[in-house]
Design a protein around this ligand. Structure first.
Ligand SMILES: Nc1ncnc2c1ncn2[C@@H]1O[C@H](COP(=O)(O)OP(=O)(O)OP(=O)(O)O)[C@@H](O)[C@H]1O
Ligand SMILES: [Mg+2]
Length: 475
């Protein structure tokens, strides 16, 4: 167990007692702070972290018992060990009833003290481990949560299974809402570090000035407002995984510090001189175009190479074909339960509408669309009217001409352009393949072929006989 314990706080008005307690404990590599009075102890507890308090029952000023009840009220989880003058059963009972975790009667052997302190240390560790476990349980990432049956999603799950058990750093790229966080969680969940902590930091959500101290911690007085020492999240993640989300938003100076940390796991707290070391696996993600960020000198190329040991690229939802339907049904089931609605299916017309939208917000957008539809729907099937007016958004989207990102080949760019164009025409024609093909001056068969090639769902509609009347929203 690599978790470092904060210090023990010793409260005793007798100098010799303070000294001998301190010696016994520091010999066993505990760190120790000593104070003479309960008043001082309460003040210190408010400012700094301790894992336990050892106090004499009889103190000048406030007694040990009064201290106990005050500290219990403010810090109910802080174990207090009481030292009493004589071993009478009555005093022992009093100490325990007042909330002491244990008591020692003078004189006592150093082993007795160490035994009691070790138990408190163990308790502290268990509490921390439980907190981590709870955090993990609430996230409960697993492969099953990554829904999708298209070839790319199957490959993705396979790759996660291969890479997760290794120590490799992973860089996860993909547009907003494509599931980067889910992937990072699964990589931790399936790793050998899954029983240790999983710490996620959103680099874009924390002000630049605070991010360094969040990541690496700070010493007391390192800057205005640093009232007490704070451990870094990398220390919290020791033995486990740290996920740096939105990494492209990290400032250049901090990128340099991260680079150093990635070299050998060493770092310094802000305002600290001591070199500390942890064992942490790093995962990173961004929805920005990282190549562009490097070209514009916003992101260090050497850091990119350090992070990019294995790269995951999550494809946009519009390139996942029928996964739109599969995900829509998945969200329908999930929200159906939580919203207590029994809308069980999606009508054919609504499905077509979903399939031809270009989903700039990807899976997150689809999730929100289904939740909203389920709230609005009054029939047992989701109807197109409960879905948003995607045409407005599609027009907005197409107002901007495709611009080269540098990450895609000419073929990919052409495919994206063609996909957008066909999607737009389909929407204009209420998803009628026949009318869309006419407008594009190609055969219906050729349109189907192109849509399949571009991973656009054709909805598996039966072929219409030539000249058949076309209903709105069908075909
Ligand atoms: N394949 C999937 N199966 C099921 N749910 C998914 C899938 N992909 C994404 N989601 C859901 O979509 C939402 C967005 O996913 P996530 O937060 O992982 O996206 P992201 O790529 O991190 O986006 P951003 O770049 O905006 O942070 C979440 O609610 C997530 O559970
Ligand atoms: Mg995210």
């Amino acid at each position: 167990m690599s978790l470092r314990l904060p210090p023990v706080l010793v409260v005793d008005d007798e100098k010799n007692m303070r000294l001998s307690l301190k010696t016994v404990l520091t010999d066993e590599r505990y760190s120790v702070r000593t104070v003479e009075s309960a008043e001082e102890a309460l003040e210190l507890l408010a400012r700094e972290d301790f894992f336990m308090v050892i106090t004499d029952a009889r103190l000048g000023g406030m007694t040990g018992y009064e201290f106990l009840s005050k500290s219990r009220a403010r810090w109910p989880d802080m174990p207090v060990l009481m030292i009493t003058a004589y071993a009478t059963p009555k005093l022992a009972v009093e100490a325990i009833q007042a909330g002491a975790i244990d008591y020692l009667a003078k004189p006592f052997a150093p082993e007795e003290l160490l035994h009691a302190v070790a138990r408190c240390g163990e308790r502290y560790r268990l509490l921390r481990e439980n907190a981590n476990l709870r955090a993990r349980a609430s996230e409960a990432y697993s492969l099953e949560q990554i829904v999708g049956e298209c070839a790319k999603m199957r490959e993705l799950r396979q790759l996660i299974q291969t890479v997760a058990p290794t120590a490799a750093r992973v860089l996860i790229l993909g547009e907003s809402g494509t599931g980067k966080e889910l992937v990072a969680g699964a990589l931790h969940g399936l790793s050998q570090r899954s029983r240790s902590s999983y710490v996620r930091i959103n680099c874009a959500a924390i002000p630049e000035t605070l991010l360094e101290s969040e990541l690496f911690g700070h010493e007391k007085g390192a800057f205005t407002g640093a009232l007490k020492q704070k451990l870094g999240r990398v220390e919290e993640a020791d033995g486990g995984t740290i996920f740096l989300d939105e990494i492209a938003d990290m400032s250049r100076p901090l990128q340099a510090k991260l680079l150093r940390f990635l070299e050998d796991g060493t770092f310094r707290r802000v305002g600290g001189t001591q070199e500390l070391k942890v064992s942490v696996r790093l995962l990173a993600a961004t929805n920005r175009d990282i190549v562009e960020a490097i070209r514009e000198d916003q992101f260090r190329e050497d850091l990119f190479h350090r992070l990019n040991v294995v790269q995951f690229r999550l494809s946009p939802l519009r390139e996942r074909g029928d996964d739109v339907s599969i995900l829509a049904e998945y969200f329908l089931r999930n929200f159906g339960v939580s919203l207590n609605k029994n809308t069980r299916t999606i009508s054919r017309a609504a499905r077509q509408k979903l399939l031809s939208h270009h989903w700039p917000g990807n899976v997150r957008e689809l999730r929100n669309v289904i939740e909203r539809a389920l709230i609005l729907e009054t029939t047992s099937e989701i109807q197109p009217g409960s879905l948003p007016d995607f045409q407005i958004e599609a027009r907005l989207h197409k107002a901007s001409p495709p611009k080269p990102t540098g990450a895609e080949s000419l073929d990919e760019m052409m495919a994206n352009y063609e996909r957008d164009l066909i999607t737009g025409i389909l929407e204009q024609n209420h998803f009628s393949l026949t009318r869309s093909a006419e407008q594009l001056k190609i055969s219906r068969h050729a349109l189907r072929y192109r849509m399949q090639r571009l991973n656009l769902s054709t909805g598996n509609e039966p072929e219409e006989p030539p000249g058949a009347a076309v209903k709105e929203g069908s075909a």
